[in-house]
Design a binder for this molecule. Sequence first.
Ligand SMILES: [Fe+2]
Ligand SMILES: [Fe+2]
Length: 375
Amino acid sequence: MSKIWLTADTHIFARTPTPDKPPRSDIRCILETEAILDCFLHAFCTDTDAEILLIAGDLTDNGHAAEHKALLPKLRSIKAAGKRVIVITATHDYGQTHITEQNDSGTPPLSRPDGKVYRHEMHELYKDFGFNEAIADYPADPNTYAVQLLPNLRLLCLNDDGDGHEYCGYSPAQLDWICTQIRNAKEENQYIFAMTHHPTLPPAWIYPKVSHRDMLGGYETTPAVLADTGLHLMFSGHAHMHNIARIKTKAGNRYADINTASLVGWPGLYRELTFSDGVMQIRSRTVPSPYDGAYLRSVYEKDLRAVLDAAAHDYERFAGMLGGFSVTPERARKLKPLLYPLGKLIGSKAGTELFLRTIRNIWCGKHDLETIIQL
Ligand SMILES: [Fe+2]
Ligand SMILES: [Fe+2]
């Protein structure tokens, strides 16, 4: 039985932080990213049943060349050990604010003094980690592609960068291509599932309300389109939460989005997939590293406590802290009539403990750890 490991949001940070510009934690470990990834990859390599590693985007902290330079040799070493690595890239993996900007300098990727990589350089950089295995790719953007994982199992690797800023999702033509691939797989008696970066179903009911932009654009309708075409299983990342969300369409088709935690944040879990007879068994496993669950949780809660403290005592500081949750300071100021009194309430000692307990359950509940999906 073939085993597949899946992780997301590895967020490799490989720059030297300066005192005036420390790395922004936003509830994940930053300085420990390489050490955690090394432990994870070592465990993957030593698991003789594990053949394929999937990474669902946000490979690097912020698209710096140094971060890709640190990550690429590690992925090459997995290939050298005879295993497969298949990735999608996402908006943290390149530097420019506008997706159409080009590297006109002629300087090769990873060599430019400005330090950041352009989006159009992703395909060449990561060609050995999925793109070169493509059995089909989306003509307008080959970062969206299909691979044959096992003799009867295909994976759609769906880049959802959108415009890279305000809208992350699939264009109508891209969605058409995706549906064609799903239909082709069915006609060719292939099982199929997909991975994308942004959640296609809300990982928690409150998530789209406070962080609408962090959902896949078109999430209100796209999952039903995919399910009714014949796709029943999607893996996503980005939220850094560990969650399983499901729908049943009006036509009666099932669809599940398995959102997987960041490798470098609490709860420190990855997904282990085993596929047999059209059934995907999905389990959660602890990332083996000295930075265990207790350590990851201490970082996660320290950051959340700092946010709550600011919400209760210094609203301007609070407004500036919400960038990590994709809430701009302007939006935070607009929400002040709602959030300020709430912050006062939650910022109390008892309120903070209750809030953290509630958030922990939303972030990673027991029912989100494993499931079985018929493809
Ligand atoms: Fe991320
Ligand atoms: Fe992301």
